[in-house]
Design a protein around this ligand. Structure first.
Ligand code: NAD
Length: 385
């Protein structure tokens, strides 16, 4: 049987980015062996590393290569060397160019707690038990992009305006991503808005109701953002999929991240248009930044990066069994007591970045994986989108 080839652009970036990326690639090499798929990795520069070499945070040819790939894996960008706010080129510009250039409008952040890491969470174990939800945040509209956005001065003093604008099409496409996701999970979708105050939220809610008609098997509930902020710390296990606009999502995802106790554990996916089989180009990166305070010391937690690679297997490459196997390998290594320093507690075995990656790769190697012939074969990136 012919082996499927997946083209993946690898952008390690700055700080701990290259350290955690190396471990994700190690795990993906095991996926190749276990699941009868072949990855073509193309490494390129982004962020500060790219500024140092080429004077820009992302080269146009890199963006073009990403467009033609099945998926993009990214470590992290930024660091004190490039932090001057007056600098004409900044590392984050690379990320923004990538998201915009690839048309990525839905940001997914899964949040899951592990029974073995209860001590890492600031919340009581009875609150964080069985937490397993995904936040879908609209990424390209709303307050952060609406115009006018400016500050001025008149006789009454300084004034400022931001604009929260959404079009029907922007709302509909991100809601569809969320409904599809809910369908693959526990079929419960919470749409978060502020419909009692904002016109844009009332449009959001109306469109959510319309889109829901195509998903009668998914239970939709609406929740005001202030109530949601409270429920996330009171009853986080009640959520399955949440979907919300850009700024609400920005704030709620950070709150949700705190439930697990360490930034180093959390993956993310940014998705654009999907093919009929649910796959499509995506950007996969851990939630954390470049962590300059620990870069080069070999202590970074690679789990957020490895779980981001698992999301890539699921949402871009159509390899859900492989994704689950990676997630199970991570859980098995945590259950066996291995910890990087950020999640260490008494009685656990503290390991460095490489050892954590090796342990997860070994757990995956030993797991009961699916065989290649059971793996579905989605169309390539040039398929119908
Ligand atoms: P950060 O996420 O890099 O670090 C915050 C804290 O968490 C630090 O103490 C760090 O040591 C720790 N941490 C983060 N990831 C970890 C991991 N994998 N293992 C163990 N500990 C980890 O956030 P910051 O310090 O605010 O930002 C540092 C740089 O990263 C800045 O230049 C910022 O602009 C950039 N940044 C980039 C991204 C991105 O690339 N998407 C996101 C956030 C911040």
């Amino acid at each position: 049987m012919q082996t499927r080839v997946c083209r993946i652009i690898v952008l390690p970036g700055d700080g701990i980015g290259p350290e955690v990326m190396a471990e994700a690639l190690r795990v993906l090499q095991v996926v190749e062996r276990r699941f009868g798929v072949r990855f073509e990795f193309h490494e390129d520069l982004i962020g500060g590393a790219c500024i140092d070499r080429y004077g820009v945070a992302l080269r146009p040819e890199t963006l073009e290569r990403c467009r033609r790939a099945h998926a993009v894996l990214l470590g992290a960008v930024g660091g004190p060397r490039w932090d001057d706010p007056r600098a004409p080129v900044r590392p984050e510009q690379g990320l923004l160019t990538l998201r915009k250039g690839l048309g990525l409008f839905a940001n997914l952040r899964p949040v899951q707690t592990y029974p073995w890491l209860q001590e890492a969470s600031p919340l009581r174990p009875d609150v964080t038990r069985d937490v397993d939800f995904i936040v879908v945040r609209e990424l390209t509209g709303g307050l952060y992009f609406g115009r006018p956005q400016r500050q001025w001065q008149n006789r009454r003093g300084r004034q400022a305006v931001d604009t929260l604008r959404y079009s029907e099409a922007e709302i509909r496409r991100v809601l569809r991503v969320a409904f599809e996701l809910a369908r693959q999970r526990r079929r419960r979708l919470t749409s978060v808005d502020k419909a009692n105050v904002l016109a844009s939220s009332r449009l959001w809610r109306a469109i959510a109701e319309e889109v829901a008609r195509a998903y009668p098997d998914v239970e939709l509930r609406h929740m005001l953002v202030d109530t949601c902020a409270m429920q996330l710390v009171r009853r986080p296990a009640d959520f399955d999929v949440l979907v919300t606009e850009n700024m609400f999502g920005d704030i709620l995802t950070d709150e949700a991240a705190a439930l697990t106790g360490s930034l180093g554990l959390l993956p993310s996916a940014s998705l654009g248009r999907r093919r009929r089989d649910g796959t499509g180009l995506g950007l996969y990166e851990p939630v954390h930044g470049s962590a300059p305070d620990i870069a080069g010391r070999g202590v970074a937690n690679p789990i957020g990066m490895i779980l981001s690679a698992a999301l890539m297997l699921r949402y871009s490459l159509g390899l859900p069994q492989a994704a689950e196997a990676v997630e199970r390998a991570v859980a098995a290594v945590l259950a066996a007591g291995y910890r990087t320093p950020d999640i260490a507690s008494t009685g656990t075995t503290v390991v460095d970045t490489t050892t954590m990656g090796e342990r997860i790769a070994a757990a995956l190697e030993e797991s009961d994986g699916e065989t290649a012939d059971k793996v579905p074969r989605p169309s390539g990136p040039s398929g119908s989108r």
